[in-house]
Design a binder for this molecule. Sequence first.
Ligand SMILES: *[C@@H]1O[C@H](CO)[C@@H](O)[C@H](O)[C@H]1NC(C)=O
Ligand SMILES: *[C@@H]1O[C@H](CO)[C@@H](O)[C@H](O)[C@H]1NC(C)=O
Ligand SMILES: *[C@@H]1O[C@H](CO)[C@@H](O)[C@H](O)[C@H]1NC(C)=O
Length: 309
Amino acid sequence: MTVFKNAVALLGLTIAELVLAKAGIGARIAALEASNSSTLQYPSQFTQNIMPKPIHSHNDYWRDVPLLTALSFGVTSVEADVWFINNTLFVGHEEAALTPDRTFDSLYVQPLVQILEQMNPKNAFTEGQTRPNGVWDTASDIPLQLLVDMKTNGEATLPPVLDALSPLRERGYLSTFTDGAFTQSAVLAIGTGNTPLAQVQALSPRDFFFDAPLTGLEDTAVNWDPTLSPIASTDFAAAVGWNGLGTISDAQLSNLTKFINDAKARGINSRFWNTPEWPVFARENIWRVLLNNGAFWLNADDLEAASQF
Ligand SMILES: *[C@@H]1O[C@H](CO)[C@@H](O)[C@H](O)[C@H]1NC(C)=O
Ligand SMILES: *[C@@H]1O[C@H](CO)[C@@H](O)[C@H](O)[C@H]1NC(C)=O
Ligand SMILES: *[C@@H]1O[C@H](CO)[C@@H](O)[C@H](O)[C@H]1NC(C)=O
């Protein structure tokens, strides 16, 4: 017993620590977690251990908690349908879903400002940092893509959307194209739906981009490139048409690869929406064919399934 006590003293261990050591690593972890030790705490912990994935949260405001549920699965693109009514931008799928409390500001802009302020602590360690961190603790250079699907008249809706983004813009959190150079930041804001192309083209500096038509990139009237359109999208049912059952036809596959490659050649990321949801194995067959052929975004409603795919 004396020998044992001497050994313990020599190692500088308390009996409690020895008991912990015997209980194994699980108990040590539990004890540290319960201790609220400062060695386990750091500012950008909000998304600790979450791996970002190229998944687009289609109609993100349908999730239990808009934005945050998507982030919890590592989803790097979210979509908000916005309606400009009575000088306010409401978020919802259709008019019957709108409420005074669910606005673009309350569901997306303010939560993003709050998260990004947390991910960008101002202290002696960050003094020399030139670019803000994004929302991901594990990959601070990956931006969050914010797709704004304008449901009301585009010409009338764009100016208030640009205004609404001010809190992010003022803090340098918006990716921006200016004087021929693209500067990536924490958020990449892109208009879709009724977003007016000419008004977006005219923005200078441009910190709001345009979701290009994936099946129309060869149209020479517009020079589609990532400084205007970092993403191009299309309706999968119309452009490819496969239901995910059996084998994809040669014609369907050649459409799929042509559209993806058209986008890739321009440095644009492709997204196919309106892919079948069910049967689940058909949905997964389509996801597999899309990713195997180079589609960038997986457009998903079931984020948990997509994140584990
Ligand atoms: C845990 O520690 C932090 C600071 O490191 C402190 O702000 C917080 O109040 C502590 N929580 C508890 C439950 O002790
Ligand atoms: C819009 O404003 C008008 C006038 O204040 C009001 O009567 C109407 O109920 C408002 N509509 C909505 C959807 O808030
Ligand atoms: C291929 O794409 C074109 C242009 O979008 C479309 O008209 C055609 O129906 C598509 N073919 C198939 C097999 O889906």
